[in-house]
Design a protein around this ligand. Sequence first.
Ligand code: FAD
Length: 517
Amino acid sequence: MASDRTKRSRRVAVIGAGAAGLVAARELRREGHVVTVLEQSGGVGGVWRFDARTEADALGLDEQRPPESRVHSSMYKQLRTNLPREIMSYSDFPFDAAVLGPRYSNDSRRFCGHQEVLGYLEAFADYYQLKPLVRHHTRVVAVEPTAPGAGAEGAAATGAGGMGGDAGAVEKEVLWSVTSERLASNGQASTSADAGGASNGHSNGLAEVQHEVYDAVVVCNGHYAEPRLPDPSQVRGLLPPGLFPGQQLHSHNYREPTQWAGKAVLVVGASNSGEDVSRELSEGGAARVLLAARSWKNEAWGADAAPYGPRNNIYRYPMVTELHSDGFASFEGGQREGPIDAVIWCTGYKYSFPFLRGAAAEVAAVSDNCVGSPLWLHMVPPGPLAPGLCFIGLPWKVVPFPQMELQSKLIARLLSGRVPLPSVERMRADISAHLHSMQEQGLPTRYTHMQGTDQFAYNDTLAAMCGPDVAPLPAWREVLYQATSALKRSRPEDYRDGDIGEAGGPEAARAVEAAEA
Ligand code: FAD
């Protein structure tokens, strides 16, 4: 491990000012790097910035749809967290209403509303003075490696070179060309006239475009904005839209239940969003909610199953296989139900990095929801571009904030050289071991970044790699996570208002005490 005297300071562009980008900025700056956060919206918090707008392309079918027609946040109006706030927090910044105070907090529930999470992230950004690092209304449109020396004079940040270190070595490494567009506050690309003239950018007649060169790029653009649908070959009639006469949308474009009062709605997918949306629809007055999922096995279906939900009108179904032109739907096993007024696809999201170009696009190509082939530790493409291009926040089915913090600490240290980057062979061997373990468990490629209970060993690995100054996350976090999962399974309708300590037994009760201490 390099000493503090040989650490190198890098000019780093962080893409996105959500939970990942904010903690990345803090850790990179702590390590001595010069950080610029490029954020397309007017504030910090990412997906937690509720946006009442929805997209005209309600299924997100056109992946090339223009950025100005997109809405980033997928939050619905009444969303409450699906994790207890104690474990959602970063390791050293408690998510505690009393600690945050009235400026940032007005909802002390353990499973609080989305506004409270935004308050937490705002408080974090203010406390660590991260907001001055963020350049708002700036959308990154192209990122690609560039030859050392090319355009380096145009670098936005200063301070490259090092803290008594080997600036010469930095010069030999790949540099990163980052092109961004300055946006008007309505999300449209602004013209040079709007911006009052470009500084080190230029106007292409439409948008003010800025070209910069950095030593490294940390991608924190989130992965809950690009809808994923089932393969149309497995659900006949899903496409083209309009064949099925009812309304169809992805949960990315669901905000509240009012418009479906009195209607029959089919919700597809029964993980967090599907469960939440079906309950909201039931409570909001939908006549009948059919909740279809692939994951349910050996259960009674449809009219044979006991309905449940706030108005006792949610019915479970196996996976939908066909949407018919008469408004009916067919399900695995052959049942046909209808007429159905609307289908809400709660079928998850795709990773998307539309700004990566050239070799960067190649090493992080997305195939079957797997990024790269895949990335080392879900963060770094092994090879000559490492660690100058890296990704934070890709794993799913995890507790994201504290994991993103550990990822950020490791990235910051790899970039400074305090933690040496393993050889490409070693990274590839780690990747092979991960793929082998997936194969043994029979997991398809699309689960490459899914962690579940594996997240805790992964987090410990990250902490250990960082070195002795980074403590592993305390055990109570895992205990509370497991107790919450158990409570969710046994009381899906009201787990958020249950007592995790009581329901999870003595170990969970002790974990709640530790969390509150
Ligand atoms: P984001 O929050 O999406 O931030 C990405 C940022 O990048 C955004 O600000 C975006 O504007 C910006 N950006 C994107 N592209 C560009 C570009 N080209 N140029 C410039 N800026 C760009 N997590 C929990 O811990 N608990 C929960 O209860 C929970 N519930 C959730 C419920 C829903 C419906 C969803 C969708 C997610 C939920 N999550 C929850 C997960 C949540 O996504 C993470 O907690 C976390 O906020 C993700 O942070 P991020 O920074 O990776 O991404």
